[in-house]
Design a protein around this ligand. Structure first.
Ligand code: CA
Length: 765
């Protein structure tokens, strides 16, 4: 009996020990634990050998230099007092390039100081917290690592940068910047029991610029997937800095239960922290700063028992699903991958300053008909110096309790079906003071983030020893290169140019290019402003400019003629790379004339290829005349999976005359709702005799398919084919104002859910 009791006692201790999660090292002091052996490793073979024989306390040190095609893998167990270290000789001097990656399995492994750049992972992720299918890492830490622009050449080939499996891991003080291809930057995976209730901590990381992907799959952080979304993840994401994470609608996609998002800062991020699946999420003390940038959003609530408290939103402009605060409608008896009803949730004590939109019952439609239930919206300050109306209520809000919310005096009460929701909102003068970059109210100290928490920015996150990268495309920050008329003078100048340079055509006259000009970096080509006649550029090959990966082009005050082109079909003034462009590009055209592109049929001004994506195409004060094909043709993503070729297309003060094809052709097919674009702004533009070529299969002068936002104003169409619109999912915002048609085909649209005013039709065909 005594033995049995003893055995029972031992078992009890064992069970008790097991149930206490080991302490995660949250200090930022490094390598303080004494180690057995320091091994300075110079080759991958030396690393493999050291990893194979690693004992608790060993320190595997990568020697300074470039490690090319280094696949680092370890599957060993350290202990809490003696972790196994994988670290570097000197921080900032060890680079993993080419086809490198890291896989860690086992336990108590501490990785520090690795920089991945100039290449991409040969496997599904750059850093994986597993060394084999089921060999997960537990109690491991990855700190002070960098993944910088480490992308494959194909933008729609997907990979992760970081995949966290196992339990009790910490990912902290890392810098991840420039993810461009499809696939989440950092994903917490819950595939098996061994990775659930994981208590991971993701903190003090700097998530740097993430360009627009133009497709679903551009999330910066995802915790779980719909498949395992009813499992607890218990992941804590706190004190991170998200800088311009613009990949897609979801900056963060929480897809599991019991996660915490606390005290993160989102700086000019397009998108929202979305509780996409799973329940009992806590979103607290986060700061969203939009600075008026387009599509910046805050928090989106879906599912049950979600708590959104003490957050701070300022200057967010996003609407629909990326508003400052969004409470969604759900689908009755929703399948796992659709939208669960919002129940027992709360959005309280939040500070919402100068944000354009708060959306309640968002997404309400035939399928998403379940309105929020037993949900609270209490004690929020909603303050606006610019707008009176910020609420949009799409459906019955009787399931939301509103109490003690404060509106600034100038604002209107939210309205639902002609009724003002006065109960629950009070208008009053609110005195706010700005401290540490955010506003707070002395009289309402319980509203907004906890002032005792550190303000998170780019100096107290990430790492100090690696330069911050600004990957935004910027024109005109290089030198001026002066060019005279002649043959291939522009070609030579471009060949000798550097990123950001301006090539200035100093004299009027003819510039004949007998070679296609590859644009490999950001360049401006400009006709001297003083000239009263624009310099004329002609070309002989099938394209004048090839915008290649990393290229962007600005053209100003120039005249382009197709008179010297080879007599082939399908020529173009500008074309993108024929191969996948992992980098987005920008195109700016101002004060240019494009004439006589008619040596053969199907001549384009801009011809794009599949897997190319323009951040923006801005066209101003231009004339297009005698062109046989489409002028701007952006219809090369035809798989109907929500992918498209341009985010922002803006045009003003232009004329089109005698155009065989479509003047502007934008296409996004499918039912995906995770992007913002394409966005079209078109104003003060005239179309004469556009679209009549028999090869124009669109049978239109202007064709917009799946565009999500379009503002078309002061347009004049004469003797032209129709304006053709096809509106798809996601409440596209389409506004037409002051459009004149004279002797044109009738405008067509699959839906009349668009705004129109002052449309004048004369001599209709
Ligand atoms: Ca998504």
């Amino acid at each position: 009996m005594k033995n049995i009791l003893l055995l029972f006692f031992c078992l009890a201790i064992l069970v008790a020990c097991k149930s206490i999660p080991p302490e995660i090292d949250k200090s930022n002091s490094i390598l303080k634990i004494e180690e057995n052996e320091n091994k300075l490793l110079k080759t991958i073979e030396e690393f493999n050998l050291a990893a194979e024989n690693a004992q608790a306390g060993d320190k595997l040190i990568l020697a300074n230099g470039i490690w090319k095609d280094a696949e680092l893998k370890i599957n060993k167990n350290g202990t809490s007092s003696k972790p196994i270290f994988i670290t570097v000789e000197e921080k900032g001097k060890v680079f993993l390039e080419g086809q490198s990656n890291l896989k860690i399995g086992g336990s108590f492994i501490h990785v520090e100081g690795l920089v991945f750049r100039n290449g991409y992972t040969p496997s599904g992720s750059v850093i994986a917290f597993k060394s084999g299918k089921e060999n997960f890492c537990n109690n491991c830490r990855v700190t002070e690592c960098v993944i910088d622009d480490y992308n494959p050449p194909e933008r729609h080939d997907s990979d992760y940068w970081v995949e966290i499996y196992g339990k009790n891991n910490r990912f902290d003080h890392n810098y991840l910047v420039g993810k461009r291809n499809r696939g989440v930057t950092l994903a917490v995976r819950l595939k098996t029991e061994a990775s659930r209730e994981n208590n991971h901590i993701i903190d003090y990381n700097h998530f740097g610029y993430h360009p627009i992907l133009g497709s679903n799959g551009g999330e910066t952080l995802r915790v779980g997937t719909s498949h395992y979304s009813m499992s607890n993840s218990n992941t804590v994401v706190e004190n991170n800095y998200f800088e311009r994470c613009n990949g897609e609608l979801e900056i963060i996609s929480s897809k599991s239960c019991q996660n915490t998002f606390n005290n993160n800062t989102f700086f000019e991020c397009q998108g929202t922290l979305t509780m996409r699946h799973g329940n009992e999420t806590l979103v607290k003390n986060n700061t969203f700063l939009g600075n008026g940038k387009p599509n910046t959003g805050g928090i989106r609530i879906i599912n049950e028992t979600q708590t959104v408290k003490n957050n701070y939103c300022e200057g967010l402009t996003g609407t629909r699903f990326r508003a400052a605060l969004v409470i969604m409608n759900g689908v009755p008896n929703s399948p796992l991958n659709r939208y669960f009803q919002v129940i027992d949730s709360e959005a309280s004590n939040n500070m919402i300053i100068d944000c354009d939109h708060i959306q309640l019952c968002a997404g309400s439609d035939e399928e998403r008909s379940a309105t929020p239930n037993n949900t609270k919206m209490n004690s929020n300050i909603i303050y606006n110096t610019k707008k009176d109306k910020v609420f949009t209520i799409y459906d019955d809000v009787s399931g939301i309790e509103f109490k003690d919310n404060l509106l600034s005096n100038n604002m209107d009460f939210p309205q639902y079906q002609e009724t003002e929701l006065k109960k629950g909102f009070k208008k009053q003068e609110i005195n706010l003071i700005r401290e540490n970059g955010i506003l707070s109210s002395n009289t309402h100290p319980h509203i907004g983030p906890d002032p005792l928490l550190p303000r998170i920015n780019q100096t107290n996150t990430g790492i100090p020893w690696y330069p911050k990268k600004n990957y935004q495309i910027e024109f005109d920050n290089g030198k001026d290169i002066l060019v005279k008329p002649g043959e291939n003078t522009i070609y030579e100048a471009v060949k000798n140019s550097k990123k950001g340079d301006r090539i200035i055509l100093t004299q009027k006259g003819k510039y004949l290019e007998s070679k296609s000009i590859d644009i490999k970096h950001t360049l401006t080509i400009i006709g001297e402003n003083e000239l009263n006649t624009k310099p004329i550029i002609t070309f002989e090959r099938s394209s004048l400019f090839n915008v290649l990966n990393e290229g962007s082009l600005s053209l100003e005050n120039l005249k382009f003629s197709g008179e010297d082109c080879d007599d082939y079909a399908g020529n173009a003034v500008i074309r993108t790379s024929r191969y996948s462009m992992i980098n987005n590009y920008k195109l700016k055209i101002k004060g240019c004339d494009f004439e006589n592109l008619d040596v053969n049929h199907s001549f384009n001004v801009l011809k794009v290829y599949k897997n190319s994506f323009a951040d923006s195409i801005l066209v101003k004060d231009c004339n297009f005349k005698n062109i046989t094909g489409h002028v701007f043709n952006l219809d090369k993503e035809f798989d109907d999976i929500g992918i498209y070729n341009v985010e922002n297309f803006e045009m003003e003060n232009c004329t089109f005359e005698n155009i065989g094809g479509v003047a502007i052709n934008l296409y996004r097919g499918g039912r995906d709702e995770s992007t913002f674009g394409p966005i079209l702004k078109l104003r003060n533009t005239e179309f004469f005799n556009v679209g009549h070529d028999k090869r124009n299969k669109y049978n239109a002068a202007l064709s917009i398919h799946g565009v999500q936002f379009a503002e078309m104003e002061n347009l004049n169409f004469k003797d032209s084919k129709k304006v053709k619109m096809h509106l798809v999912v996601g409440e596209p915002v389409i506004k037409l104002n002051n459009i004149d048609f004279d002797a044109c085909d009738k405008m067509t649209s699959n839906s009349d859910a668009y705004q129109r005013s002052n449309i004048n039709v004369k001599n209709a065909k």
